[in-house]
Design a protein around this ligand. Structure first.
Ligand code: NAG
Ligand code: NAG
Ligand code: NAG
Length: 295
């Protein structure tokens, strides 16, 4: 009788245990420092008692983690993370994933490339650069001529194959003045966006998500253009006029299956006032935790 009671209790605890969460930090940040993602992890653990949270560390130490955010080829980073997540028994029944800034496009690559080994339920992208960037931090908001000059200069270097394999940020540099060059030379972003060729596995794996939640920061001065956080970008051939995801060829040709996901109500476009990654705990609890991490 007693044993029976205990086993029922045991089963109940297992069933009720919250879905684990995986975090991938942004550039210039690390997995675990108390002033960065370390405190966010504690916040989640307080909000969702008993939840298992992993804040990904890319490398063998915090210093390596920081450096790898700039210098480790994202394709290798994604591979490293896939293996790490696939070998964690606590994640075998599935998990939710949250990306921060450049960690968003890397985590999306994990969803697309490792969907046969991982079960990812909801994927939350906080300020990700899904269509890349064309500009330097703080420069867009200044609307200064020098900014425009610098980004045109950077175009010469970013697509050099040596720079592509040595500087992470070059792999998602997206020059709207020369789309063909971007598609040919970007060793990461153009590939995961199915701009080079269409990989059907990517479409299938992305579509396995319950929800793909894209959060844009309305007053973002770091990411240029900020519309990239919703898969928007400059219309091809110029760098002033914006184009939404729905207006893009990526969507119209449905190269990545996003149109299908949008029609199925799986794409969620959220925005919040504030600069890059600045959100209040109240906002996060109401808009992310309640609908996607605990329901
Ligand atoms: C961790 O250390 C091992 C042994 O030194 C090294 O081979 C490996 O590349 C390191 N991992 C990363 C991701 O830097
Ligand atoms: C498509 O992506 C999957 C998962 O990363 C990979 O195994 C496969 O080789 C890719 N297919 C092509 C044609 O590149
Ligand atoms: C933030 O962005 C919103 C939406 O674009 C705008 O209405 C608001 O004025 C901006 N706030 C600040 C402080 O710039």
């Amino acid at each position: 009788m007693r044993l029976w009671f205990i086993s029922i209790l045991f089963i109940k605890t297992i069933c009720a245990s919250p879905i684990p969460i995986v975090l991938w930090h942004g550039m210039g940040d690390t997995c675990c420092m108390s002033f960065s993602l370390g405190s966010f992890k504690i916040f989640l653990e307080n909000q969702i008692p008993g939840v298992y949270v992993i804040s990904l560390r890319i490398g063998n130490s915090t210093v390596e983690d920081f450096e790898n955010g700039y210098f480790m080829n994202p394709n290798r980073q994604v591979d490293y993370v896939c293996k790490q997540l696939a070998s964690d028994p606590k994640l075998s029944s599935g998990f939710n994933a949250i990306g921060f800034s450049q960690g968003c496009q890397f985590l999306r690559a994990v969803v697309q490339r490792c969907g046969d080994r991982l079960t990812i339920k909801n994927y939350i992208s906080l300020g990700g650069q899904h269509q890349g960037v064309y500009g330097l931090p703080h420069c867009g908001a200044l609307q200064h001529e020098t900014c425009d000059y610098i980004r045109k200069l950077l175009n010469y270097a970013a697509y050099n194959s040596w720079v592509q394999s040595s500087l992470v940020q070059a792999t998602y540099w997206h020059d709207p003045l020369n789309e063909d060059n971007y598609k040919q030379s970007s060793i990461f972003l153009a590939e995961i966006n199915n701009e080079k060729s269409v990989n059907k596995t990517y479409i299938q794996n992305l579509n396995k998500l319950d929800n793909f939640v894209l959060v844009k920061f309305d007053n973002d001065t770091i990411v240029q253009p900020r519309e990239t956080e919703w898969f928007g970008f400059y219309a091809p051939g110029q760098d002033k006029k914006m184009m939404t995801l729905q207006q893009s060829m990526l969507y119209k040709e449905d190269r990545l299956g996003l149109k299908k996901m949008d029609k199925a109500g799986k794409l969620k476009f959220l925005s919040t006032p504030g600069d890059h990654l600045h959100f209040s705990e109240e906002w996060f609890i109401k808009n992310i935790i309640k609908p996607y991490l605990t329901s």
